[in-house]
Design a protein around this ligand. Structure first.
Ligand SMILES: Cc1ncc(C[n+]2csc(CCOP(=O)(O)OP(=O)(O)O)c2C)c(N)n1
Length: 379
């Protein structure tokens, strides 16, 4: 795989400095720390839970118990730092790695696992791809499979809220690969022109499946793309929860005060394959991955918490055990929920009134199932 060297002189990296708060040894300048201690501990626990969920779901996929999974290992600080920096009334427009955002907004873990199993407990009733959950009660919009389509959707929702006079700032997440997609341009441009209260969070995790960041864009940073749209841009260390959270609060405050959108580049790394369908050893070396594993966001926040004497190593281990147990129970409960969605639900929620073609198809399906029940239960 050819790697294109940066031809710039570093100017844009200087214009958009990589902000961090937690130093490598876990210490931080108190003047840079805005997050109260109890919230830092709470978010650490969320990151641990997110990691446990991702690791367990990959195991379930390998065991053939779920079909597909796409996780956020190594990107937990970016996902949780941003969602925790928003207000509960703000709408979230995810890409496909922000499951921790749905859980943070109140989606029960068991419902999340039901979605992966596609059983009758799946809120999407099997209409979506597996691992493409939605949680309307928590204002977490359905995950978008097509790259970057969520960007103009977030911009539209924020625009509508402003017209109505609601103090709602929409947040959308996407990878650096998505910045090459037309919908990113459409959304960012419109948001800039109309000063829409939206926060565009780029999880720059280094890879878009097998395409490295250097082959994605000739821009030295992602944040500098903000200049062309006339919006605010910032670049933070995406593995530093305190830095991500603080940047999110700043961006939200700007949007809420009518100062328009922010493009927030969170520099992080996709430690695992793109999804359970990918083997990254085909296109990248272990050295690069190991270097990033040493910068793990959970270890980083853990070092800060121990530097501040907020948690002991035993407590950290306790958080892990507790998270593992929560995930184990959710899987057990979801798998016990054996029923599949009723056949009729296949056509529900597509049109307000079913079309005659759908009614006809449903009758055909019922007849096929009556003749051979394996049609409805192929396994
Ligand atoms: C419009 C569109 N084109 C292509 C794809 C196939 N695809 C799925 S994920 C992906 C890579 C996206 O990378 P990035 O935006 O960097 O996000 P990351 O997976 O790194 O989080 C591609 C090309 C798609 N889903 N939608």
């Amino acid at each position: 795989m050819p790697r294109v060297r940066d031809i710039e002189d570093g100017r844009w990296e200087r214009e958009f400095p990589l902000r961090s708060v937690i130093r490598d040894d876990g210490s931080a300048d108190p003047a840079d720390v805005a997050l109260p201690d109890d919230q830092a501990v709470d978010l650490f626990r969320w990151m641990v839970l997110s990691r446990e969920v991702d690791e367990r779901m990959v195991q379930l996929q390998r065991q053939g118990r779920i079909a597909f999974y796409i996780g956020a290992i190594g990107e937990e600080a970016t996902v949780l730092g941003t969602v925790a920096g928003m207000e509960q009334r703000d709408w979230l427009f995810p890409s496909y790695r922000e499951h921790a955002g749905a859980l943070f907004r109140g989606m029960p873990l068991v419902t999340f696992v039901c979605d992966l199993l596609g059983n009758a407990g799946d809120r999407m009733l099997g209409h979506q791809m597996p691992c493409h959950e939605a949680w309307a009660a928590g204002r977490f919009v359905s995950i978008s499979a097509p790259i970057a389509t969520q960007v103009p959707q977030a911009v539209g929702a924020a625009w509508a809220a402003r017209i109505r006079g609601d103090d709602m700032v929409a947040l959308t997440w996407f990878g650096e690969g998505a910045t090459s997609a037309n919908d990113f341009h459409t959304g960012a441009n419109f948001a800039g022109v109309h000063k829409i209260p939206v926060l565009m969070v780029c999880r720059n995790n280094g890879w878009a499946i097998s395409v490295p960041r250097e082959l994605q864009t000739a821009s030295e940073t992602i944040a500098q793309k903000a200049i062309a749209y006339g919006i605010h841009g910032e670049r933070v260390d995406g593995n530093d929860l305190l830095a991500v959270h603080a940047a999110t609060r700043r961006a939200r405050a700007r949007a809420s005060a009518g100062q328009g959108p922010t493009l927030l580049e969170c520099v992080t790394y996709r430690v695992e394959g793109h999804s359970t369908s990918d083997d990254p050893r085909a296109y990248r070396g272990a050295e690069e991955v190991d270097a990033w594993k040493a910068r793990d966001p959970i270890l980083r926040l853990g070092r800060y918490l121990s530097w501040k004497k907020l948690v002991s190593p035993e407590e950290v281990e306790g958080f892990r055990v507790e998270a593992r147990e929560r995930v184990r129970r959710a899987v057990e409960e979801a798998e016990a929920f054996a029923a599949k969605p009723a056949l009729e639900t296949l056509f529900e929620g597509v049109y307000a009134e079913p079309l005659w073609q759908q009614r006809e198809q449903l009758e055909e399906l019922r007849a096929a199932v009556a003749a051979d029940p394996r049609v409805a239960n192929p396994r």
